[in-house]
Design a protein around this ligand. Structure first.
Ligand code: GLU
Length: 573
C-alpha cells in the first residue's frame, strides 16, 4: 500500500494557480487543526502482512437495519481477507446523522456477531479493537479536517459558499442551456474565488462546504479495473463534488479515500451503486498522490417477481431484512451456506465433493462472482437449510431450537424446555444414517413438527379420517387388540409383526400384495391398520416412522392416546 514516508512531498503539484496564497485560506478554515497529515500517517504504519494478504472492510451505515445484501458483501470481504491471511475490518460509516437510527450501531454489531462474521479490527459497543481506528467515522473528524486543510492549502480543494438558492438557480441555468447538471467548470461559482476572497468570506462567518477541485474532462476516458466487472471505461469526472459538508463531516467519497488509505485497505468490495461515483474516487486518489485500492463492485441481490426479476426491496419484501431470517429461525450456517452458493457458482459442486468440510475450506474467488445480480430464492434457502439441519445431531438441534424459542417462540419454549432430553429423543427420529429425514428448514418448524408429542399441547382431531373399512366396532377391537400386545421394547420387526397380527385377527391382509390379489377376502390391508394406529396416536395422517414415534412417546402415553381416540370415537356414535 501507500508508502507514507514523505507522503506530502510525493503529492503532485497543484494543477493550477489556485494554490498560490492558499496557506492563509487553509488556516482561516481550520484554525484549530494543528496536526499535519504526515503526523497522522505516522500513526497508521504500513501493515506487516505476507505477500498477497488482503485487507478488506465492511462499512455499513447505521440505518438501524441490515439488508440481506449486506451479508453477501460482508461474507465476500471476510473470505477474501481470511483466506489470504489478511485483515478484515468493520468500519461504521455514521456521519450522516439524518439516516442514523438510535441504537443503530449496536444493532449492526449485534447482528453481525450473531451471524458469526468475525472481524479482526472493529468498532464495538465497548470501544475499538485494532490499531487503525477509530473505526467509527463520527470519531475521525479531526483526521478528515487535517487532510482537508492540507488539500485546501495545496489548492486541490476549496470552500464553497453557495446557498441552496444559488445552487437552484445554477440548475435552472443549466437546464435552459442544456448543459450538464452539477457543480463544474464555469458553473462552479466559488471555484473562481481568489484565496483572499474565499478567506474573507470564511472570516465573515459564512457557512461553507469543501469541494474537490476537479481537473477532469468528460470528453476523456478514465479506465479502472474492477475485479468482478473487468476493465471499466468511464468519462472523466468534472464535478467539483463535496468532500466535507457544512458541519465538517465528510461525504462518503472523501471518507472512503482517507479511511481506506489510512487503514491500508487493499480491496474495496462494495455495491455497484457506487460505480457512478467511482470516477470521483479514482480522481481523488490520483490527485492526492495516494495509491488506489483494488475495486470489486458487486451486483444487487435480486428476487423473482412474476416473470421478471427485481431488486429485493426493504419496503416491499420482509425477507430483505437480515433479522427476518433470525426471527424465522433459519440456522446461521444455512444462510452462510446458501449465500456461498450464490457468491461462487462452483460452490455447490465443491459442497457435493466435500460434504463435511467447513465453508471456509472452499477456494473463494472474486473472479468466480457473477456480473449480474444473484437471484435470491427463499425456496432454495429452505432446501439448503433442510440439508444443514439434517446434518445436525439431535442434541445440537435441541439446544439451538430451545435457544431460538426462548427468544422468538415462548409458547413452544414453555412446552419443551422443561425436558430437553424428550425433545432430543423426538428430534432423533429419522436422524443420521444414509438417508436422514429432511423435513425441517428452520427452528420455527420444530414446534409444529413435534407438538403432538406433548400431552399438554396435543389436541386430538375431533373427527379423524379413519379408513372407511374400519367401522367403530372394528376400530375399537383393533386398537384394544394392538394395545394388549404392545411392548415399547419391541424392535421394529417385532412391533410390525404385532401390528399385522392385530389386523389379521380382524380380517385385514398382512401385506398390500395379498390384499390386491383378492380384496374381497379381506376387510382391508395392513396399511389401513397402520393408518388407524397413526391417527389414534398422533392425530395426523403423516408422521415419521410410527414404531419410533411410539418408542419415544413411551408405553404410557401410547396407551393414553389410544384410549382417548376410542373415547372420541364412542362419543361420536
Ligand atoms: N457505507 C457505505 C454503504 O453502506 C459503504 C460502501 C462501501 O463499502 O464503500 O453503502
Amino acid at each position: 500500500m501507500t508508502d507514507y514516508a514523505g507522503l506530502a512531498a510525493a503529492m503532485p503539484a497543484p494543477h493550477n494557480e489556485a494554490s498560490h496564497g492558499c496557506e492563509g485560506l487553509a488556516k482561516a478554515i481550520y484554525p484549530d487543526v494543528t496536526e499535519t497529515i504526515n503526523e497522522i500517517c505516522a500513526r497508521y504504519p504500513k501493515r506487516n502482512l505476507p505477500a498477497g494478504a488482503m485487507v478488506t472492510r465492511f462499512s455499513p451505515s447505521p440505518t438501524g437495519f441490515l439488508h440481506i445484501g449486506n451479508v453477501f458483501g460482508a461474507l465476500t470481504d471476510e473470505r477474501l481477507a481470511h483466506q489470504s491471511g489478511g485483515v478484515f475490518i468493520l468500519r461504521i460509516e455514521d456521519t450522516d446523522s439524518k439516516r442514523e437510527v438510535p441504537g443503530g450501531v449496536g444493532l449492526i454489531i449485534d447482528n453481525l456477531k450473531e451471524f458469526g462474521i468475525s472481524f479482526d479490527e472493529c468498532a464495538t459497543e465497548g470501544g475499538d479493537v485494532g490499531a487503525y481506528g477509530p473505526y467509527r467515522q463520527s470519531r475521525r473528524a479531526a483526521i478528515y479536517q487535517a487532510f482537508a486543510k492540507e488539500y485546501v492549502r495545496r489548492g486541490l480543494a476549496y470552500p464553497c459558499f453557495c446557498s441552496e438558492e444559488t445552487l437552484a438557480s445554477m440548475r435552472d441555468a443549466q437546464k435552459a442551456a442544456k448543459a450538464n447538471p452539477g457543480y463544474h467548470g464555469g458553473y462552479a461559482a466559488c471555484r473562481g474565488l481568489t484565496p483572499a476572497e474565499a478567506e474573507a468570506k470564511v472570516r465573515e462567518g459564512l457557512p461553507f462546504v469543501i469541494r474537490f477541485r476537479s481537473c477532469g474532462d468528460p470528453s476523456r476516458t478514465a479506465e479502472v479495473r474492477d475485479l468482478i466487472k473487468g476493465t471499466l471505461r468511464m468519462p472523466e469526472n468534472d464535478q467539483d463534488f463535496v468532500m466535507l459538508k457544512s458541519d465538517g463531516t465528510p461525504t462518503y467519497h472523501f471518507g472512503h479515500v482517507i479511511d481506506d488509505t489510512l487503514m491500508g485497505t487493499t480491496h474495496v468490495v462494495r455495491g455497484d451503486e457506487w460505480l457512478a461515483t467511482l470516477p470521483y474516487h479514482i480522481q481523488m486518489f490520483d490527485a492526492f498522490g495516494l495509491r488506489r485500492p483494488e475495486y470489486a463492485h458487486t451486483a444487487t441481490v435480486d428476487k423473482r417477481d412474476g416473470a421478471s426479476k427485481r431488486k429485493i426491496s426493504k419496503r416491499k419484501d420482509p425477507e430483505a431484512k437480515l433479522t427476518y431470517y433470525l426471527e424465522a429461525g433459519f440456522p446461521i450456517p444455512s444462510i452462510t451456506e446458501y449465500v456461498m452458493t450464490l457468491l461462487n457458482s462452483d460452490y455447490e459442486e465443491w459442497r457435493r465433493a466435500n460434504p463435511g468440510s467447513p465453508h471456509t475450506d472452499f477456494p473463494f474467488a472474486l473472479s468466480k462472482m457473477g456480473v449480474s445480480g444473484p437471484l435470491f430464492d427463499l425456496g432454495k434457502l429452505r432446501d439448503v437449510s433442510k440439508d444443514v439441519i439434517a446434518g445436525m445431531g439431535a442434541g445440537e438441534l435441541t439446544d439451538l431450537t430451545l435457544a431460538w424459542a426462548a427468544r422468538y417462540d415462548p409458547k413452544f419454549h414453555a412446552l419443551a424446555s422443561g425436558d430437553p432430553a424428550y425433545l432430543s429423543r423426538i428430534l432423533s427420529i429419522g436422524r443420521g444414517g444414509p438417508k436422514p429425514r429432511k423435513d425441517l428448514a428452520a427452528y420455527s418448524e420444530v414446534g409444529p413438527y413435534a407438538v403432538y408429542f406433548y400431552d399438554e399441547a396435543y389436541v386430538p382431531a375431533p373427527d379423524p379420517d379413519y379408513p372407511a373399512c374400519l367401522d367403530s366396532g372394528t376400530l375399537k377391537a383393533l386398537l384394544t387388540g394392538f394395545l394388549e400386545g404392545y411392548e415399547s421394547s419391541d424392535d421394529q420387526a417385532a412391533w410390525f409383526g404385532k401390528v399385522k397380527e392385530a389386523g389379521a385377527r380382524l380380517g385385514f391382509a398382512p401385506d398390500t400384495g395379498s390384499y390386491k390379489a383378492t380384496p374381497e377376502s379381506y376387510l382391508g390391508s395392513v396399511s389401513d391398520v397402520s393408518m388407524a394406529l397413526r391417527l389414534a396416536v398422533t392425530g395426523r395422517k403423516n408422521s415419521p416412522d410410527l414404531w419410533e414415534v411410539m418408542r419415544v412417546m413411551g408405553a404410557g402415553r401410547v396407551a393414553r392416546r389410544i384410549s382417548m381416540a376410542m373415547e372420541i370415537r364412542s362419543a361420536k356414535l
